[in-house]
Design a protein around this ligand. Structure first.
Ligand SMILES: NC(=O)c1ccc[n+]([C@@H]2O[C@H](COP(=O)([O-])OP(=O)(O)OC[C@H]3O[C@@H](n4cnc5c(N)ncnc54)[C@H](OP(=O)(O)O)[C@@H]3O)[C@@H](O)[C@H]2O)c1
Length: 327
């Protein structure tokens, strides 16, 4: 790794839309921070759905925003953990040496050794005692989970069913719902039931078992992070005054679902998760108090970025897949 003063860095460049092989590690110029930006030496990033969906692209309509033939975002990586190495003249919140983690707010760039971000980006100081790899695993899934749990008004004593409890969003929804005092039931494949229990569920159900398919419990809140079941199938699992939260609804359904609300008793929640610094600080503080333990499935070096994307795209990772850009 060269020092940023050399002006050159290693980065996984998205050379076009398509299979993971379009990601190629190349030399790129180190970004130049503006007066209100900080230059961060990235130590860890991750592969999340936002990264592989943009690369593919999925849905096709992504091309309308990011370029019809090639993505104009060259370096993916929507989250990061790293260290500030330079700060613009007008930056007041951070200084060189600060260890930060967060999200690039769709600017991406986490798959490069350096990223330049405005100081107002969704980033804050890392939780004490956390490694860069652990800190980066506190971003995407937890920010999404917090958005949905808050919109669903999950409170102490409620019963919550989480369909897809073992992925990045699912593991975070389980931990945060349990932290809020809910009685949590998690649904996953048989192989992940132990993990789901460890995250804080009272019950863990295999989605292929009769115990789940014939379960007649009605929950206060159903959170679906997978989207493989039609949302109407959740109606029988939720109390009439309850809530169905659809994390993987996709853009179209997120738009039209509110129009269907008058025809159904349970509240229907679908949204594009916002990424707010205040939420990241809330997550950081909980992590620092030992209340959150992010799950890391695998860690790949930057050179194996294509393998990492291929693995994540299969849709069965446990928690998070981290990309290490450390020395
Ligand atoms: N609305 C938003 O703003 C927003 C934000 C972030 C993510 N998302 C969406 O949320 C979804 C989840 O993201 P993620 O990062 O958590 O994905 P992920 O880490 O890849 O997790 C996918 C999980 O789905 C589970 N799964 C697969 N098939 C299943 C089935 N038939 N029944 C139950 N569980 C099943 C897998 O568990 P097993 O391996 O145990 O099968 C795996 O743990 C993605 O579609 C993503 O695009 C939406």
């Amino acid at each position: 790794m060269e020092n940023h003063n050399s002006g050159r860095m290693r980065a996984a460049v998205c050379t076009g839309y398509g299979d993971p092989e379009v990601l190629q590690v190349q030399e790129m110029p180190v970004p130049k921070p503006g007066p209100r930006d900080v230059l961060i030496r990235v130590h860890a990033s991750a592969v999340n759905s936002a990264d592989w969906r943009l690369r593919r692209p999925d849905p096709w309509g992504v091309r309308l925003f990011l370029g019809l033939r090639k993505p104009h975002i060259k370096i993916l990586g929507g989250v990061f953990a790293g260290e500030v190495v330079a700060a613009g003249a007008k930056v007041t919140r951070f200084r060189s040496g600060d260890r930060l983690f967060g999200s690039t707010l769709m600017r991406f760039g986490g798959y490069g050794e350096y990223v330049s971000l405005p100081e107002k980006a969704t980033m804050t100081t890392m939780p004490r005692g956390f490694s860069f790899n652990d800190a980066v695993a506190l971003t995407f899934g937890y920010l999404t989970a917090l958005n949905f749990l808050r919109r669903a008004n999950v409170t102490a004593g409620q019963s919550v069913l989480i369909v897809g409890a073992s992925g990045s969003v699912g593991t975070a929804v389980v931990e945060l719902a349990a932290h809020f005092g809910a009685h949590v039931t998690g649904v996953s494949s048989a192989a992940n039931l132990d993990l789901v229990r460890q995250q804080g569920t009272e019950r863990a159900l295999d989605y292929n078992s009769a115990e789940y398919t014939k379960d007649i419990t009605q929950y206060d809140v159903v959170v679906d992070t997978v989207g493989k079941t039609h949302w109407k199938n959740h109606l029988s699992r939720v109390k009439p005054a309850g809530t169905i939260a659809l994390v993987a609804a996709g853009a179209l359904k997120t738009l039209y679902l509110p129009l269907l609300q008058p025809f159904y008793k349970p509240r229907l929640v679908a949204l594009v998760a916002s990424e707010k610094r205040i939420d990241l600080e809330f997550i950081r503080d909980l992590a620092e108090q030992g209340k959150l333990r992010p799950v890391i499935d695998r860690t790949y070096p930057l050179e194996q970025i294509a393998e990492a994307h291929r693995y994540v795209e299969q849709g069965h990772k446990r928690g998070n897949v981290v990309i290490s850009l450390g020395r």
